[in-house]
Design a protein around this ligand. Structure first.
Ligand SMILES: Cc1cc2nc3c(=O)[nH]c(=O)nc-3n(C[C@H](O)[C@H](O)[C@H](O)COP(=O)(O)O)c2cc1C
Length: 159
């Protein structure tokens, strides 16, 4: 586990409403950086003011992050020196679903330290008829890569 300096406080704001895929990633990441965790589908107006590092972690729903995450970014983020990272889990891994959020953050002058994406079991729509796609994801390797990403990102932030 990463020993945080006194000056660094991290929070992961997440949404995971389909199969809990994103929650698995959130838990793996939070455990290695000792982050606070906020389920945005339960807490509509989270207070992010005391944090140096904020991770927005979401399943992908209709090509984009959960509405609650988008609202949270819209209402809470501005160029106050807070560092952000983005994480998505998605059924189809052929495009970078974090790009839209990166653009939103850039327009607000918020620094995005990096992004991570992996596949997650998807039974939405027609995929449900075949038992879903990306059935075993996130798997152990996805979780390990997620942890490596967040450690690298937060260490970068700490320096
Ligand atoms: C309503 C809905 C829409 C989805 N839209 C997409 C999509 O546009 N692209 C994609 O790759 N996956 C899509 N998925 C699959 C999810 O992004 C994927 O299963 C993700 O891991 C779900 O995370 P969760 O279990 O944490 O909610 C969708 C799933 C649902 C339920």
């Amino acid at each position: 586990m990463l020993k945080k300096g006194n000056e660094m406080k991290a929070v992961i704001v997440y949404a995971s409403v389909h199969h809990g895929n994103t929650k698995k990633i959130e838990e793996a990441m939070a455990s290695v950086i000792s982050a606070d965790v906020i389920d945005v589908t339960r807490k509509i107006k989270p207070d992010l003011s005391g944090y140096d590092v904020i991770g927005f972690v979401s399943g992908v729903y209709f090509h984009t992050f959960h509405e609650g995450i988008k609202k949270c970014i819209e209402e809470n983020m501005s160029s106050k020196g807070q560092k952000v990272f983005l994480v998505a889990t998605c059924g189809l891994g052929y495009r970078d679903y974090t790009k839209g959020m990166k653009d939103t953050l850039a327009k607000k002058d918020v620094l995005c330290m990096g992004s991570f994406q992996c596949r997650g079991w998807d039974t939405y729509g027609i995929f449900g008829k075949i038992g879903g796609i990306a059935k075993k994801h996130p798997n152990d390797r996805d979780l390990k890569e997620a942890q490596e990403f967040v450690l690298k990102t937060v260490c970068k932030t700490n320096n």
